[in-house]
Design a protein around this ligand. Sequence first.
Ligand code: OSB
Ligand code: MG
Length: 369
Amino acid sequence: MKIERIELRHVKLILVSPFVTSMGVEYDEEHIIVRVDAEGVTGWGESVAEGTPFYSYETVPTAWHILTDFLMPSVLGKDLQNIDEALAGYAKVRGHMMAKAGLEAALWDVFAKSKGISLSQMLGGTRKKIDVGVSIGIQDSVAGLIKKVEGYLTEGYKRIKIKIAPGLDMQFVEALRKEFPNLMLQVDANSAYTLDDIELFKKMDHYNLSLIEQPLGYEDIYDHSKMQRELKTPICLDESIHSLDDTRAAIELESCRIINIKPGRVGGYTESKLIHDYCASKNIPVWHGGMLESGIGRAGNVALASLPNFTLPGDISASKRYYKTDIVDPEFVVNLDGTMDVPTKPGIGVEVNMRELDNVTVRSVAMKI
Ligand code: OSB
Ligand code: MG
């Protein structure tokens, strides 16, 4: 495929409600939409670098810089036979996983569409529907949280994840477990704790949580191994895992028993698949994380989550849980049985709603041959 044109759009989507985590409050989500045109085929991807460097060091401006100055020039004008050729072209760029993943996603969409197959099929997906959960930000009150959870359970979601932060943790876990004894429940700390908080996690160990996500340092693997040793509940790593090598280190050190895969955090679908396959070989379940994506990124997440070792429900929720209007057609919906359909049409399998995309675009740039 001859790569003829690449366009970036800095988009800003307003969340339906503020998302509160140990990292701060988000009212809107800024990402980069990547469009690649090749031989009459248009592919779409989303870079999940955010407006702030709080989850990751990457931001929209750093990803924009890496994309326009290094990644886009390395593929533009090339006649690519496959995705690996594109990756080889920018292999010497270190880090900047979110920038890389946005471009790689658009290229996967181009190749899948050119072959007339769905992205799920091209990635090796085996499921027609995926199990989905919802990630709930820190609420003002326990009563408010219970109400939110009730609403999501009525919509069908299979499991609930709540964000926690020091002082905003046990009361929520205790109340939810009391109210919903059989609920599939997990917590995400986004690196807000240290090993000094071990007693708190030993208490949490009695509440039958499915997992505890990223309690310790955002680059840490070693301290998590010390904490995991003290707990029955599986630790799941998110922030600390950027590659297959990180995954191998974490599993060999027994730092976690579950891995959260986000293509943006590991540099794209190719690395995600390597991590997925390695975890499968070690009997480590994986699940698909989320970065409050628009429907473009979500479509890719749903396709990736259709691979066989994604055995736990993902942070992949309906479009309306995030945004009043999504930028794809049809929007993503959750079935009453807590599943989401994997698109079957070629590539990402949904159309981009150009009017809505224009509405949320803050700036754009295009490079042509
Ligand atoms: O830690 O999983 C996280 C959103 C932004 C940044 C980090 C995280 C999250 C979420 C939201 O938990 C998951 C979703 O997209 O629904
Ligand atoms: Mg997380």
